[in-house]
Design a protein around this ligand. Structure first.
Ligand SMILES: Nc1nc2c(ncn2[C@@H]2O[C@H](COP(=O)(O)OP(=O)(O)OP(=O)(O)O)[C@@H](O)[C@H]2O)c(=O)[nH]1
Ligand SMILES: [Mg+2]
Length: 291
């Protein structure tokens, strides 16, 4: 039997969280079309007859502009230390400056590196071959596998090939467990995902979510109260929206996902609060779980 840890790294927005969700078959990590959606490492567990893999979705590696960004990049880099195998996720095309930096990091690691070329559903097949050739020249990867994290194409193959590189070991978690993340954290992430999806420009980056209450009313209903933090007073009105429209939309979409996650009916109450400059405040970041 085999078991071990796989870190999924790459620049922002390539599809790391989408892959994690596809691997475990449930929505654990928030996904949006905006970069820097993921802020904490999120673990997902996959158990197969061959053994067990603990996958780590990580924040996208980028050039940080504030304390939060620095913490995110550090989170991603630290995930490499504990990993048995590393997936470096890229998009078809040439290495850009962010990828160049990651390649440097990856070159130093003495562990199997899998190049995962994502989003192949968006590209015609003949387009992929030159990409493989290009990366083949750049580094000696353990494997280079084109996948679609969205449709799941070749994801099973990726998992099969990963077991070949993992050490012998017993199961680290129960066979049916898909995460060891607590539901409060996952709930906060689902709400934050909606802020990333439905607000624009700099607003999503200035938001964070605190779960204030998480109570099982009975076997069928969970009550959740959460505060949405914004960075500037002027953003508060936008997040609330005209007549509360935006909050209604975010709350409604989040509630659907929360009900799916918990398998119960959810009553969700959202508040909005300004915490100026929280992304550069050590105390605020600590309170929000970014430390
Ligand atoms: N067509 C297509 N879209 C994809 C695929 N994988 C991810 N996406 C889309 O790409 C966008 C980014 O996906 P995420 O999973 O949030 O990317 P990420 O790498 O986790 O991003 P950060 O957390 O910001 O670093 C989303 O809009 C996804 O729906 C894919 O295989 N095919
Ligand atoms: Mg992500």
């Amino acid at each position: 039997m085999k078991s071990g840890f796989v870190a999924i790294v790459g620049r922002p927005n390539v599809g790391k969280s989408t892959l994690l969700n596809q691997l475990v078959g449930e929505k654990l990590a928030g996904v949006s079309n905006k970069p820097q959606t993921t802020r904490n490492c999120i673990r997902g567990i996959v158990t197969r007859p061959q053994g067990q893999i603990v996958f780590l979705d990580t924040p996208g590696m980028h050039t940080p502009r504030d304390r939060l960004g620095r913490w995110m990049v550090k989170e991603a880099q630290t995930s490499l230390d504990g990993a048995d195998v590393v997936y470096w996720m890229v998009l078809p095309g040439e290495i850009n400056s962010h990828d160049g930096k990651i390649l440097k990091l990856v070159r130093e690691l003495k562990k199997p590196i899998y190049l995962v070329i994502n989003q192949v559903d968006r590209y015609p097949k003949p387009h992929i071959l030159p990409v493989l050739e290009y990366y083949h020249k750049a580094f000696q990867f353990q494997e280079m596998i084109p996948v679609s994290a969205l449709t799941g194409e070749q994801v099973d193959l990726l998992v099969e090939k990963t077991f070949e590189s993992l050490p012998e070991g017993s199961l680290l978690y129960a066979e049916d467990q898909i995460s060891d993340q607590n539901v409060r954290f996952l709930a906060g992430e689902l709400i934050r995902e909606k802020l990333f999806r439905y607000t624009q420009k700099e607003i999503p980056y200035g938001t964070a979510v605190i779960i204030d209450e998480f109570k099982e009313r009975d076997e069928r209903i969970t009550d959740i109260e959460a505060t949405v933090i914004v960075d500037k007073e002027s953003q508060k009105a936008i997040v609330i929206g005209k007549g509360g429209e935006m909050m209604k939309k975010i709350g409604g979409m989040a509630r659907k996902d929360l009900e799916q996650l918990l398998g119960k009916k959810v009553f969700l109450k959202l508040w909005v609060k300004t915490l100026p400059g929280w992304k550069d405040s050590k105390t605020a970041l600590g309170r929000l779980g970014y430390q």
